[in-house]
Design a protein around this ligand. Structure first.
Ligand SMILES: C[S@@+](CC[C@H](N)C(=O)[O-])C[C@H]1O[C@@H](n2cnc3c(N)ncnc32)[C@H](O)[C@@H]1O
Length: 497
């Protein structure tokens, strides 16, 4: 059962209007980091196109030997007993089972699991709540995704003889509606394998509307419970916003994901501002010699790309799209190769603003390769490697401070990376006698400030998440750093006296 904490009822009010549909406002003032909701999912499912074990969610092509309809890996013995029993009762021929188990018919699993909620008295209320959620049926009708679901979920379920045997039956509208509800409302959850993802549907968490400048943050723990908390002070009456997309993307990319995936146009302050709050995360450099320092941005009303200093200097949409596509391809091919990435960064510097989202992507890539180099002591990296990583972290942080004000996981991790590298460099310089003990203390005190700031943001993360675990490690590291500083200060004082 999807348990909901009282916090939501006490602190949140669900409202409705024509633009947002149902949305949530704060009933009272909320402190930064205040928990609004801790909730278990109604249902957990694979991402579209994946087939995963119904019990452990590992990728699999095997099915339960009893019901023969839901996926079950070789390592798991059983899955939900009620669902298994109910599906075993269906009268299906071998041919029908073959259709339902078809390799390409992965969406059968998602539709079945949602429909099964209606089959049992205990889960029926959850099914009712699920069907209240936004499905965007009208906007999705006839789209590619609709056709895909028609082919890989509806047709096999109909031809496989399942729909007519379920309680109350099910038609195209219902199956498309349930799959639409998943696409519009589900949250991404970490899959058992590194880097993979599955999705979960949450009754209350799905009610928060989107903003690219959210005032909420969400975290999903190892038990797949979602925690929703405020990322800054929120005054009573303010709308509570979650972010449905990646804040490190440019405006057009974010808006396209929201339009295609969630069926609405975002009107948040960042989307309205062609400079993206002055970060220039989508800006091109104007190559016209008379306006050195001019940036070409996309005008919201006309969709044209014009220089902020001289509107006559413009770029064609086709040029912009092609250029970005090419750059994305080059980044993809250069990944893992620090020399190619540095060359690409230098090349694109002539075309894109240093904060352009593709430039940030390259900078993150380089910083992550540098982390591996610095972690490997056999590499014996020199001072320049540390300095490069520090500069990259600082550049990324400057942008994050604008687009993710308040408590931010991304900012906390970038700050932690910066603090660690700074500490390693200053210790190295001290050991190599390039820095005095007094300078070492000053530098380590700055690192302490950064670590504290990073930790302050990560302390709201649930313990059973990688970020929660990182916060524990950081607490330990902070304590060690403080001990080091104290010892160094004492020895400096002893020398002075
Ligand atoms: C996860 S649901 C949010 C809850 C939904 N409003 C409801 O009534 O169930 C996402 C849907 O809410 C609406 N929505 C969320 N944020 C929005 C925004 N910033 N602007 C316009 N519509 C938004 C869109 O219809 C979107 O498809």
């Amino acid at each position: 059962m999807a348990a909901v904490t009282d916090d939501f009822v006490k602190k949140c009010e669900v409202k409705q209007n024509d633009t947002l549909g149902r949305f949530v406002v704060a009933r009272c003032n909320l402190r930064a980091g205040e928990t609004l909701l801790l909730e278990s999912p109604i249902v957990v499912l694979p991402q579209m196109g994946d087939r995963r074990c119904s019990k452990c969610f590992k990728l699999t092509e095997s099915f339960c030997r009893k019901c023969r309809l839901l996926a079950l890996c070789e390592d798991c013995e059983d899955h939900d007993v009620r669902n298994c029993q109910r599906l075993s009762e269906l009268e299906l021929s071998e041919d029908q089972l073959a259709v339902l188990q078809g390799k390409e018919h992965t969406e059968v699993q998602a539709a079945l699991k949602c429909l099964l909620l209606r089959e049992h008295q205990e889960t029926q209320p959850l099914y009712e709540e699920m069907t209240q959620m936004e499905a965007q049926l009208a906007a999705r009708k006839g789209t590619d995704i609709w056709k895909k679901y028609q082919e890989h979920a509806l047709a096999p379920l109909e031809n496989g003889g399942v729909l007519k045997q379920l309680r109350g039956g099910a038609d195209e509208e219902l199956v498309q509606g349930l799959l639409g509800i998943l696409d519009i409302n589900a949250f991404e959850i970490r899959a058992p394998e590194p880097g993979g993802s599955i999705r979960g549907l949450y009754r209350r968490a799905a009610l928060f509307p989107h903003s690219c400048m959210p005032n909420l943050q969400t975290a999903i723990d190892d038990e797949r419970r979602i925690k929703v908390f405020s990322n800054r002070f929120i005054a009573a009456g303010e709308i509570l916003y979650n972010c449905y997309t990646n804040v490190l993307l440019g405006t057009e990319e974010r808006r396209q994901i929201l339009r295609e995936g969630k069926c609405f146009d975002c009107t948040c302050p960042r989307c309205q501002d062609p400079t993206e709050l002055g970060t220039h995360m989508s800006s091109f450099i104007c190559s016209h010699c008379s306006c050195r320092g001019g940036y070409i941005v996309r005008q919201r009303e006309t969709g044209t790309w014009q220089c902020l200093l001289n509107p006559e200097h413009s770029l064609k949409q086709e040029f912009v799209s092609n250029m970005l596509e090419r750059a994305k391809e080059e980044i993809f091919h250069a990944r893992d190769d620090i020399y190619r990435l540095e060359l690409l960064l230098a090349k694109l510097t002539r075309l894109l603003h240093g904060n352009h989202f593709l430039m940030l992507d390259i900078k993150q890539n380089i910083a992550s390769i540098l982390r591996q180099i610095l972690q490997n002591i056999t590499h014996r990296p020199n001072k320049k490697v540390y300095e490069r990583k520090i500069r990259l972290c600082q550049e990324i942080l400057l942008v994050l401070k604008v687009i993710a004000p308040g408590v931010s996981r991304l900012k906390a991790i970038a700050l932690y990376e910066l603090a660690n590298t700074q500490a390693e460099l200053t210790r190295k310089l001290f050991n190599e006698k390039e820095q005095s003990s007094r300078d070492l203390v000053v530098e380590l005190e700055q690192v302490e400030v950064m670590l504290r700031e990073s930790l302050r943001m990560l302390l709201f993360e649930p313990l059973a998440t990688p970020e929660g675990q990182l916060s524990r490690t950081m607490l330990r590291e902070l304590k060690e750093l403080q001990d080091d500083i104290k010892t160094l200060q004492e020895s400096n004082d002893a020398v002075r006296n």
